[in-house]
Design a protein around this ligand. Structure first.
Ligand code: ARG
Ligand code: ASP
Length: 720
C-alpha cells in the first residue's frame, strides 16, 4: 500500500525536479557538447549523440550549416548544395534581381532549371571545418597588471603565429575569436564559397506575410523562406563565380522529416547567433533597458510616426520609404519588447539576487575573495560612470541614422577628404563619380519627410544630450534657432544645397577651395560637422576609456562567475557570430495573466488574418484555392496545414535561417524570429516566456511543391 503511494509521489517529485533543471538557456559551442551538454540533451529526448552534431573525422550535422553572407544562417538540404534560409535573409538578393516587369519580391521566383539560377556577387556561404581551443597559446604572454592595450597587443602577436601555424588546406581560411569575454580563444578553420545562386522564393505575401505588424509577434503565419545553391569549381573547392562552376557536393546534407512535433518534443537549432550580453552586472541591465533602449525607442518612435504619416498619404513616398521603415521598425519593436520583458520577469531584481548569492559564495572562500573581492562593485560603478556617454552615443547614432541629411553631409565630407588625400587635380573626375554614387540615395529621398524627422529628432537630441557633450558649436546653432527644432529645420531645408542631386551638383561644381570654404556656411553641413565635432571632442575618448575598464573587469567578473557559480550552472559564452547549438522544447507560454499561447499555427490562421489588397495581409489567390480544396498532399495533418511553431530554443539575431532539428537531427523547421515578450533573451533569458519562432518544414515544402509546382527541388531532397 505504502509502496504504491510513495512510488508515484517520488516519481512526480523527480519529474518536477528534472523539468526545473532543464536549461534551455544557452548558445553552446558544438565541439564542447559531449562534455557539457550531451547528457542533458539526451535527458530532454535527443536520440543522437554529440558526435553526430560535431565530428571532424566524418560528415556531421555541423557540415550542413553555413553562415549566410555573415548576417544569417542557412543549411544544406540536398546532395547538390541546395540551401535553405529565410525570405528576409534572401531579401536583398531577391530585390536586386527584381524589376517592374519581373517583380520577384511580389510574385516569387522559381528557377525552372540550373541555368535559371541567379548569381549574387558579394554573397557567400561559410562552412566550419574545425574548431580548436587555442587559449593557452593566445594568452601565454599576458601578465598581471598589463593595461588593456598591452594585453591586447601581446595577444594579437600570438594570434598571428597561431593562425600561421594552423593546419589547413590551401583553400581554407583561419580565424580566431575571443570567448567568455576574452578568457578563452578558439580557432576556426573555415571554407567560404562565393558563388551562391538564387534558386527560389515565395511571393512576399507568403514569405513576408504579416510584415511589420506581425514582426516579433506570436501567433505568426509567415512562410519566411527562400532557397539558394552553392556552386563550386569542378574540383569541388571554393571558386569565384563562373558559369562553368558546378553544384557543391556537400560533406553532409540534412534529412527532412515530415512527422512534425508535439508539445515538449526536443528541438535544437544550429546557427550563427550575432551578439548577446548575458553576463552584465545589474547596473548594465538596468542601463540597457531603462536608459539606452528608452532613448533609441524614443528617437525611432518619432521618425517612424512621421514616415508612416507620409507613406499613408503618398504612394510614391510609400515605395521610397517602405524598406527604410521596416529596417527602423525591426529593432524599435525589439527594444520595446526587451524593456517590457525585463520588467515583467523582474529581470533586474533577479540579477541583484544572483549577485547576492555570488558575493556570499565568493567571500566565503579566501582564495576567491583575494582574487575577486570588489570586482563586481567596481564594474557596477563603471556602468554608472559610462551612462551619460553611452546615452549620448545612442542619441547621436540614432540622429545620424534617421535624419538623412546627415547621410548626405557625411558622404560629402568623406568625398572632400578623399579629394584632399589624392590631390585637388583629381577633383573633377572624382566629382562625377561622387554624384553618380548619390543617385540611388536621392531616388529614395523626400526632403519634406526628412525635414519633419529632423525637426523632431533635433529637439529630442538637444533635450536628451547634456549640453557639455553636445559641444559649443551645436549649442551656438541651437541658440540661433531659439532652441526650437522646427525653426532650425525650416531654415536649414530652405537654404541647404544637400536636398537634391541638382543643388548638390551646383554646389560642388564650384572650385574645390570655394566648396571647402562654404562647408561651414551651408546649414546642413554646418550642423553635421557641429554635432560630429561635439561627439568626437567630448564623448569618444571618455567613452572608450571607461569601456576599456568595463571590458577588463567584465572579463575578470566572467571568470569569477565561472569559478564561484560553476557548481550551480554551466556557463556558455555570449554570442559572437560563431557556430552555436541551442536546444529546447516545443511549448506554448503565458504572456500575461489569463492569456495562454498555443505552440502551433495553421493555414486557417492565415485566412483569419487575410485582408484583400492589404500590403501586409493579402493572400495570393492560388493559396486560397489550395486552402479551400484542402489540397495539402503529404504535407497536411488531419486536413490542416501547419504553418509555424514555437519552442524554448535560445536564439538571437543571426539565427535567422537556422535549421530547427528534431531528436533525430532531422530538419523539421526553419528559425526566423522570436516572440515579442521574450526579446529580452539577449540580456536575460527567461524560459517562462522566451520562445523562438520557426516555420514548419511541411509548409515550406507545400509552398514549393503544391503552390509553386517546383517539383525538381523536392526531388533532390531527402524526405522521410
Ligand atoms: N524580427 C526578425 C529579425 O530580427 C525578422 C525581421 C524581418 N522581418 C520584418 N518584418 N522586418 O530579423
Ligand atoms: N529575426 C532575427 C534574425 O534575422 C532572429 C532573431 O532575432 O530572433 O536573425
Amino acid at each position: 500500500m505504502l509502496q504504491r503511494i510513495v512510488k508515484p509521489v517520488l516519481l512526480l517529485v523527480l519529474l518536477v525536479l528534472t523539468k526545473c533543471t532543464y536549461a534551455t538557456e544557452g548558445m553552446w559551442l558544438p565541439q564542447l557538447l559531449s562534455g557539457l551538454n550531451e547528457k542533458e540533451m539526451k535527458g530532454m529526448g535527443m536520440k543522437i549523440t554529440a558526435a553526430d552534431i560535431y565530428n571532424i573525422n566524418k560528415g556531421s550535422l555541423k557540415d550542413a550549416i553555413v553562415s549566410f553572407g555573415g548576417f544569417c544562417t542557412a543549411e544544406v538540404i540536398s546532395e547538390q548544395g541546395l540551401l535553405l534560409t529565410n525570405h528576409h535573409c534572401g531579401y536583398d538578393a531577391i530585390q536586386k534581381h527584381s524589376s517592374l516587369q519581373n517583380n520577384f519580391l511580389e510574385n516569387g521566383f522559381w528557377a525552372k532549371s540550373a541555368v535559371e539560377e541567379l548569381p549574387n556577387p558579394g554573397l557567400f556561404a561559410t562552412f566550419i571545418v574545425r574548431i580548436d581551443d587555442v587559449t593557452k597559446a593566445a594568452l601565454q604572454d599576458v601578465k598581471p597588471g598589463m593595461s588593456e592595450r598591452e594585453r591586447q597587443s601581446a595577444i594579437d602577436k600570438r594570434l598571428n603565429e597561431i593562425k600561421q601555424a594552423a593546419r589547413r588546406e590551401s583553400w581554407q581560411e583561419v580565424m580566431v575569436k575571443p570567448f567568455y569575454e576574452g578568457n578563452q580563444y578558439f580557432l576556426f578553420v573555415t571554407e567560404t564559397y562565393r558563388d551562391v545562386r538564387l534558386v527560389g522564393a515565395p511571393p512576399s505575401a507568403i514569405g513576408k506575410f504579416g510584415s511589420d505588424t506581425d514582426n516579433w509577434v506570436w501567433p505568426r503565419h509567415t512562410g519566411d523562406f527562400s532557397m539558394f545553391r552553392i556552386y563550386a569549381g569542378k574540383d569541388g573547392r571554393p571558386a569565384p563565380y563562373s558559369k562553368d562552376n558546378v553544384p557543391l557536393k556537400p560533406k553532409y546534407a540534412l534529412t527532412i522529416s515530415l512527422k512534425g512535433l508535439k508539445q515538449n518534443d526536443f528541438t535544437m537549432v544550429l546557427g550563427f547567433p550575432g551578439r548577446t550580453t548575458e553576463y552584465l552586472p545589474s547596473e548594465g541591465v538596468k542601463q540597457t533597458v531603462e536608459v539606452l533602449d528608452a532613448a533609441k525607442v524614443q528617437m525611432r518612435d518619432a521618425a517612424l510616426k512621421i514616415m508612416d504619416g507620409y507613406m499613408r498619404k503618398d504612394e510614391q513616398i510609400k515605395i521610397q520609404y517602405a524598406a527604410k521603415y521596416a529596417g527602423t521598425a525591426n529593432y524599435w519593436k525589439k527594444w520595446m519588447g526587451e524593456m517590457q520583458g525585463v520588467k515583467q520577469t523582474r529581470g533586474i531584481a533577479k540579477k541583484l539576487q544572483y549577485e547576492d548569492t555570488y558575493r556570499r559564495m565568493m567571500e566565503a572562500n579566501p582564495k576567491w575573495k583575494q582574487s575577486y573581492s570588489g570586482i563586481l562593485d567596481s564594474l557596477n560603478e563603471y556602468y554608472r560612470q559610462i551612462q551619460p556617454y553611452a546615452q549620448t552615443r545612442d542619441y547621436y547614432s540614432e540622429l545620424v541614422k534617421n535624419v538623412e541629411i546627415f547621410t548626405v553631409g557625411d558622404r560629402l565630407i568623406n568625398f572632400l577628404n578623399d579629394v584632399h588625400e589624392r590631390g585637388e587635380g583629381q577633383y573633377e573626375s572624382m566629382r562625377q563619380q561622387f554624384l553618380e554614387s548619390m543617385q540611388s540615395f536621392y531616388q529614395n529621398y523626400n526632403a519634406s519627410v526628412d525635414h519633419d524627422i529632423c525637426a523632431s529628432l533635433i529637439d529630442l537630441y538637444a533635450k536628451g544630450v547634456p549640453a557639455p557633450y553636445a559641444g559649443n558649436d551645436f549649442a551656438r546653432i541651437w541658440q540661433e534657432n531659439n532652441k526650437d527644432g522646427r525653426a532650425l529645420a525650416d531654415k536649414l531645408y530652405a537654404a541647404t544645397s544637400l536636398t537634391s542631386p541638382e543643388k548638390l551638383k551646383a554646389f560642388i561644381q564650384q572650385p574645390y577651395n570655394t566648396v571647402i570654404a562654404q562647408m561651414w556656411s551651408d546649414p546642413a553641413t554646418r550642423l553635421v560637422m557641429a554635432t560630429r565635432k561635439g561627439f568626437v571632442d567630448n564623448v569618444s575618448k571618455p567613452l572608450a576609456d571607461i569601456q576599456a575598464n568595463i571590458n577588463n573587469l567584465q572579463r575578470t567578473y566572467m571568470q569569477a562567475q565561472m569559478d564561484v557559480m560553476g557548481s550551480k550552472k554551466n556557463f556558455y559564452p555570449d554570442a559572437n557570430s560563431t557556430l552555436r547549438v541551442t536546444y529546447g522544447k516545443v511549448d506554448g507560454y503565458n504572456p500575461r495573466d489569463a492569456v495562454h499561447y498555443d505552440f502551433y499555427t495553421y493555414l486557417d490562421g492565415v485566412m483569419e488574418k487575410y485582408i484583400p489588397g492589404d500590403y501586409e495581409f493579402d493572400v495570393p489567390a492560388r493559396l486560397i484555392e489550395l486552402y479551400k480544396k484542402k489540397d495539402y498532399g503529404r504535407y497536411g495533418v488531419n486536413g490542416r496545414m501547419p504553418v509555424c511553431f514555437i519552442a524554448s530554443n535560445h536564439t538571437t539575431g543571426g539565427n535567422s535561417g537556422s535549421p530547427a532539428l528534431d531528436a533525430h537531427g532531422r530538419l523539421v523547421g526553419l528559425n526566423f524570429d522570436r516572440t515579442w515578450e521574450g526579446t529580452m533573451s539577449d540580456i536575460n533569458f527567461d524560459p517562462s516566456i522566451c520562445r523562438n519562432i520557426m516555420v514548419d518544414i511541411r509548409y515550406v515544402l507545400f509552398v514549393i511543391d503544391k503552390y509553386a509546382g517546383c517539383n525538381r527541388l523536392i526531388q533532390e531532397m531527402k524526405i522521410i
